[in-house]
Design a protein around this ligand. Structure first.
Ligand code: ADP
Ligand code: MG
Length: 390
């Protein structure tokens, strides 16, 4: 059964009230631009063909109740309690995503919580959790779209992306950037979103994968290293320190010409962190230009350079991800790189259609030969962003 039907079935188990509608929002993959978002820089993500679905029915009592296939029990709160600080301690973590969206939406719209229609919300998803495909942005986007329509708030997709981020930062307590939510809200079929993380200017960039006979393969290592949280924080601190030493608001304000001076005013480790971010911003710009002028078959070297920079300068790769990239390239991928926060997670590879099975086999064999646990392999297709389905 599709996730959309599962959400409907879950809703009908909650209430006999007729559903108002169904909404969905996709996960995302990031083509290039890693650890640039919190440095006010550039990213190039796309929405994928895996979505989180929400079915919604009204309630007469001013209560919001959320249920998910992930959880045994629905969770409910009076909408009137969603003013002031979010009651994080009163809800299980998963429910802080959809209830946090309701809370952030009320604050962002200025709506009077006590006058809003109560809702039952049922959630089902086919976005894998924790595989670097942002199931969190998908649940936020689907809930935000559903409540924005149901309550007639009229927020635009960028405002809804900001609502999702507020929910994740302040209700869930995860310090993430805005990239995932923007990709999930604004995605287009066969296109990526070129996002300036400072201005939030978003431009749709045609990818043309299908026309060029290319597929984007995800190689999920399944690895989650214990030091990922500390490592992420250290990298953010190094970036802040680098910007401060260079006298700029964010690393976004530096370019390659500034690197010789940077080398002189900071220690080697900080310098290499800075160099990753500065060169990665440039690689995003170069990828956009290459896609426009030459098409997707020409971006392979930029993906590889991104991986090398994360491995050698930012030092967030792990043997599993290096192995994934090497195996993919050896089996005919035209580019590959690790994605996400680092210390585990997934790699992506851009692969000619007729080489996909060969690359999958090569990755599986290389992981086995190194004694790593078998990777999870699947292709993703650039797809439409969040919206109402029925
Ligand atoms: P990801 O990389 O998949 O975004 P996160 O840790 O950011 O990983 O978000 C995953 C969390 O989001 C899950 O642990 C869960 O709390 C919540 N979540 C995602 N999808 C669902 C869903 N369909 N139902 C309930 N909770 C979900
Ligand atoms: Mg997430």
């Amino acid at each position: 059964m599709s996730a959309a039907l599962v959400a409907r079935a879950l809703l009908s188990g909650l209430t006999t009230t007729e559903p108002l509608g169904s909404w969905s929002a996709p996960g995302r993959a990031n083509l290039i631009g890693e650890h640039t978002d919190y440095n006010d820089g550039f990213v190039l993500p796309f929405a994928i063909d895996r979505r989180t679905h929400v079915a919604l029915a009204p309630r007469a009592d001013g209560v919001i109740r959320v249920a998910s296939t992930f959880a045994a029990e629905p969770v409910q709160l009076p909408l009137a309690s969603l003013t002031g600080p979010f009651p994080t301690d009163e809800v299980p973590e998963w429910a802080a995503y959809p209830l946090g969206v309701a809370w952030a939406l009320i604050a962002a719209s200025g709506a009077d919580a006590a006058s809003l229609t109560g809702v039952d919300i049922a959630i089902a998803s086919d976005v894998p959790v924790g595989a670097g495909l942002s199931s969190s942005a998908a649940i936020e986007g689907a809930t935000a779209a559903a409540l924005n329509d149901t309550w007639g708030l009229g927020l635009d997709p960028v405002a809804l992306a900001q609502v999702g981020r507020t929910a994740e930062n302040d209700a869930v307590g995860a310090p993430t950037g805005i990239m995932d939510q923007m990709a999930s809200m604004l995605g287009r079929a066969d296109a990526a979103i070129f996002l300036d993380c400072r201005s939030l200017d978003a431009t749709v960039i045609d990818l043309g994968f299908a026309e060029a006979g290319l597929e984007l393969l995800v190689i999920d290592s399944g690895v989650q290293h214990a030091h990922s949280t500390g490592g992420y924080r250290e990298r953010r601190e190094a970036c802040d320190r680098g910007a401060q030493l260079m006298g700029v608001a964010a690393l976004r304000d530096l370019s390659a010409e500034d690197l010789p001076r940077a080398r002189g005013v900071m220690d080697d480790v900080t310098f290499r962190r800075v160099r990753h971010v500065v060169t990665e911003d440039q690689r995003v710009l170069d990828t956009v230009q290459t896609l426009r002028e030459q098409g997707p078959a020409a971006i392979g070297d930029l993906l590889l350079a991104s991986h090398a920079s994360m491995r050698d300068d930012f030092e967030i790769s792990v043997p599993e991800l290096d192995t994934a990239v090497e195996a993919a390239m050896g089996a005919g991928a035209i580019g590959a790189r690790m994605t996400g926060g680092g210390f585990g997670g997934a790699a992506i590879a851009l692969v000619p259609h007729d080489r996909v099975e060969t690359v999958k086999d090569a990755a599986t064999a290389a992981f086995a030969a190194s004694g790593f646990r078998a990777p999870t392999l699947f292709t993703v297709t650039p797809s439409e962003g969040a919206g109402r389905d029925a």
